[in-house]
Design a protein around this ligand. Structure first.
Ligand SMILES: [Zn+2]
Length: 141
């Protein structure tokens, strides 16, 4: 390993990349993803307000290795907790806009949605943080 380099953590890949690489150019591994938020999204309740961090969530990987974010960012109010994500309502713009905040496992583009292996839509969990818990608000009353 050359000085300052890091290794891709995807076991099937393992190539060496520059220290500031965010996405592995070979397999698309996201080095930022492992910095997960400590918030357990499954414990969120209807009415809780959370923030989805910019740049997190699913993205489209192009041939040039660019990540085009397909996630939702900003503040949202929880409507329902689903198996792999949160059904929420955006708190800015169109009030009635319902979005699905993907929180499931990493998934590479495969099958029909895949232009070329690894290219296309990557399902990556959003990174979220709590803004206002409904529970706390009730206690303060
Ligand atoms: Zn890799």
């Amino acid at each position: 390993m050359m000085r300052g380099q890091k290794q891709c953590k995807n076991e099937e890949c393992g190539i060496f990349v520059g220290p500031r690489t965010y996405v592995c150019p070979s397999c698309g591994y996201d080095f930022n993803f492992k910095r997960e938020s400590t918030l357990d999204w499954k414990k969120l309740e209807k009415g809780d307000v959370f923030k989805s961090k910019s740049g997190s969530g699913p993205y489209w990987l192009t041939k040039k290795g660019e990540r085009i974010s397909m996630g939702y960012h900003g503040k949202f109010k929880v409507l329902n907790i689903l198996t792999d994500g949160i059904l929420a309502r955006s708190l800015k713009g169109i009030e009635t806009q319902h979005v699905y905040i993907y929180m499931g496992p990493d998934e590479k583009p495969t099958g029909d949605t895949c232009i070329e292996p690894g290219l296309g839509m990557w399902a990556i969990a959003h990174r979220i943080e709590m803004v206002k818990s409904k529970k706390k608000r009730v206690k303060q009353k």
